[in-house]
Design a protein around this ligand. Structure first.
Ligand SMILES: [Zn+2]
Ligand SMILES: [Zn+2]
Ligand SMILES: [Zn+2]
Length: 186
């Protein structure tokens, strides 16, 4: 873990120890391991990266997640000689997050088809009632429709489709880890 004390984290990208408020709180009340400064740098570079391919040389590669230009030994090499697109640090954090979700007792699973069928029942965000198309798009290019666990995973909610509803990203972040009953019966 990156906890050096209760109220500080070390950002894995810049390696700086910073107070909690320098990190974004996730909807499940945990914190992202990359500080806000690094996240905004990554987002900015990501926008530029649309026109520009990631820069790789024989000895250095650009990680597509943290956008750092790092020696190739910071990337895992596959047996066929190609490299993972995320550096070892990013991979470790992505896997740790998935593992935590599983450990949180996230029982159950759903398919992309089930999720899309569920979203069909919601013409708008059930919390703010804005039509999906009226919600400003994110600079990161991520979908404005996010998965909300009605009973949060951190409170023992499952990952079954019955426990899911779509919420727009801003309502989802406002909701935090609170329990919100299904607002729209589709
Ligand atoms: Zn940082
Ligand atoms: Zn990285
Ligand atoms: Zn909303």
């Amino acid at each position: 873990m990156n906890h050096t004390s209760q109220d500080h984290f070390i950002c894995y990208r810049c390696g700086t120890r910073k107070p909690l408020d320098a990190f974004t709180c996730r909807i499940d009340e945990r914190y992202y391991n990359m500080c806000r400064v690094c996240v905004s740098e990554v987002l900015l570079q990501g926008q530029r990266g649309k026109k520009e391919r990631l820069h790789h040389t024989k000895t250095m590669r650009t990680c597509y997640l943290c956008r750092r230009f790092l020696p190739v030994d910071r990337f895992t090499q596959r047996s066929n000689g190609t490299y993972f697109s995320a550096c070892k640090d990013c991979n470790r954090h992505v896997f740790a997050q998935r593992r935590r979700a599983r450990l949180q007792g996230a029982d159950g699973t759903y398919t992309r088809d089930q999720w899309e069928a569920l979203v069909q029942h919601y013409p708008h965000c059930p919390m703010c009632k804005r039509l999906w198309n009226d919600i400003p798009t994110l600079t990161s290019g991520a979908s404005v429709i996010t998965v909300d666990h009605i009973m949060p995973l951190s409170k023992g909610g499952s990952n079954h489709i019955e426990n899911l509803q779509p919420l727009c990203y801003s309502c989802n972040s406002k909701k935090g880890a609170k329990v919100l009953s299904r607002i729209y019966e589709g």
